[in-house]
Design a protein around this ligand. Structure first.
Ligand code: NA7
Length: 558
């Protein structure tokens, strides 16, 4: 089908577009490319931001940086872009990733099919003709056959309901919705709440400029060195020569990324041994090598750090030693040592975070010991009655992960059921891609997919490709609707939970299970068996004629 006939097909069916895609992050762009450029469909992408980039558009706080090596963090859709684009650092900072995204958008001529500055308010399935009507907050509506939700797994900021926040007389920001205008910390007293990835990154920028910087920590997260550096001469050229082969190699790993940019780099960790089977000396040597090499080498140094509590404890002990070496105030150092098992919360890559606690202007406040009670016009008051007077509050308090971007829209499926209500007891999907009762609505990076546990660009491309191929199959065979059977969906959810139960991920609270949001049901939100297994499972389903799905051609128009 060429592009003109694609549009003609939608129009002949009384539709505005074949497919509406919500979100112009990497997931939305991958979907647009496959459907429009490779399959000839008419597609409209709706994007709330003024440019593409998704997470990298909204998280523009100072210090924001990716934790996947930049040579492995790019879309595979354009061999030209692969050759023309140059990364400058081992781990790219947010502005560079946003520039890369714009470069890609220009090169692929994506913008003409994206409606920017437009937020989707609702989407409703029409059972009379198996179509979807998508309505924007501005009140415009579009009708389409297929709907692809690519609104992001980590894109709905979580702003806890701190009493009195509105009364605060200073500036308030959330890292996940950072303004485009420059925010200056210079000469200010700043309190940051939260010490996850965003908090750890922004802390170093605040500490450089603020006269007083309070770091309000509820949980000490695990932070391992990124060892960021400029890309080595020759390294980028070698990757460019071998992109296709390397991408295949990276995709064969559980996280769709290897800690080494190149397989020719020295392998500095065995990775396939149990930490429990080596001598203390060997363990120390391997941990040291991995720690110094940086990136996720430490994470991959043994095969059981994320599987057994004994193994995880040994990683904890090593990290505690490193922290105590860096932070000179023993009381602060002790508070910075993570108490939960290594890996229960997302492990953070960073370089200089711990050393800011040696600065005079930085003070660590333990808000588990003395919780935030309220915000006053002058600052933050804790339960003990202490008031931290500040000019600015930075909330690095994370996201309503995996489901927030979907539940904040009014999505009406079969019989008018609202997704938010259907998921009240916890989200359920089949493959993380579709939900029973919402026919023809696909999700990229949905709950129970492997998305945020893998190199998310790769995971987005894989899911987008699977979804687009499914749409192609349905059209070719005259189907106008697809949805998972209840059994396939409940079996998948059970399978995802069983897999997670065998790992360290479920041994403590985290956003992986919705525990970071008050009142959110606890259910494990990610598929943990790794990218290759996930991909194979999805492909097997497709090869078996979309096993576990009900396909409907009853209302086929043509
Ligand atoms: P995270 O990792 O969810 O971190 C949020 C932080 O905010 C974390 O330290 C939380 O403490 C803290 N938090 C949240 N609510 C409160 C309240 N009410 N009081 C005090 N502290 C609070 O979000 P990030 O944005 O850093 O990173 C999210 C993901 O983006 C990351 O995993 C990467 O995948 C990229 P807690 O740990 O819950 O005790």
């Amino acid at each position: 089908m060429d592009r003109a006939s694609g549009k003609a097909k939608a129009e002949s069916q009384g539709l505005d577009f074949d497919v509406v895609v919500v979100g112009a992050g990497f997931a939305g762009l991958a979907t647009l490319h496959r459907l429009r450029d490779q399959m000839g469909y008419s597609v409209r992408v709706i994007e709330a931001g003024s440019a593409a980039g998704g997470t990298w558009y909204w998280n523009r706080y100072p210090g924001a940086r990716c934790d996947v090596e930049s040579l492995q963090y790019s879309m595979s859709i354009s061999p030209e872009v692969d050759q023309e684009w140059n990364w400058t650092e081992r781990f790219a900072a947010q502005p560079e990733i946003l520039e890369y995204t714009q470069f890609l958008v220009d090169k692929m001529d994506f913008a003409k099919d994206i409606e920017f500055n437009t937020r989707v308010a609702s989407a409703a399935f029409d059972e009379s003709d198996n179509s979807w009507t998508v309505t924007t907050q501005g009140g415009d509506s579009l009708r389409c056959r297929w709907l692809v939700m690519a609104a992001g797994p980590l894109s709905t900021p979580n702003l806890p309901d701190f009493p009195g926040l509105d009364s605060f007389e200073g500036e308030v920001y959330h890292t996940g919705a950072w303004p485009k205008e420059e925010v200056s910390f210079k000469g200010k007293r700043v309190a940051q709440i939260g010490t996850g990835s965003s908090g750890v990154q922004i802390a170093q920028e605040i500490a450089k400029h603020a006269t007083k910087h309070y770091v309000l920590q509820r949980t000490a997260h695990h932070i391992i060195p990124a060892a960021n550096r400029p890309i080595n001469p020759g390294e980028q050229e070698e990757v460019k020569k071998r992109y296709r082969e390397l991408r295949d190699m990276w995709q064969a790993t559980p996280g769709a990324t290897s800690y080494q940019s190149l397989p020719s780099n020295p392998s500095i960790v065995p990775g396939d041994k149990s930490v429990l089977e080596v001598s203390p000396e060997e363990r120390r040597e391997i941990f040291d090598n991995a720690w110094n090499y940086g990136g996720y080498a430490f994470h991959r140094s043994f095969n059981d750090l994320l599987k057994s509590t004994e193994a995880s404890t040994l990683a904890n002990e090593y990290i505690a030693e490193r922290i105590l070496e860096i932070v000179s105030d023993p009381a602060a150092a002790e508070k910075l040592v993570p108490k939960q098992f290594y890996g229960t919360k997302r492990v953070i890559l960073d370089t200089n975070y711990y050393s800011i606690f040696n600065q005079e202007n930085v003070e660590l406040i333990d808000v588990r010991e003395d919780p935030i009670e309220r915000i006053t016009p002058a600052g933050i008051q804790t339960a003990s009655g202490k008031l931290y007077e500040v000019d600015m509050i930075v909330c690095a308090t994370g996201f309503d992960a995996m489901t927030g971007s979907l539940t904040r829209m009014d999505i009406h499926g079969r019989g008018g059921a609202v997704l938010r209500d259907v998921w009240k007891g916890g989200p359920e999907s089949y493959l993380g891609i579709m939900v029973t009762g919402f026919p023809g609505m696909f999700i990229v990076g949905g709950p129970q997919s492997c998305s945020a546990l893998a190199n998310v660009i790769v995971a987005n491309e894989q899911q987008a490709e699977w979804i687009c191929d499914c749409i192609g199959y349905l059209d070719k065979n005259g189907y106008t609707s697809i949805e998972p059977t209840s059994k396939a969906q409940s079996d998948w959810v059970e399978h995802v939970n069983e897999l997670a139960d065998g790992t360290i991920y479920t041994k403590g609270p985290s956003w992986y299970s919705g525990a970071n949001i008050e009142g959110k049901p606890r259910t494990f939100l990610l598929y943990v068996a790794g990218y290759p297994t996930y991909t194979k499972t999805c492909n097997d389903v497709a090869e078996k004629g979309y096993e576990g799905f009900e396909l409907d051609r009853a209302k086929a128009v043509n």
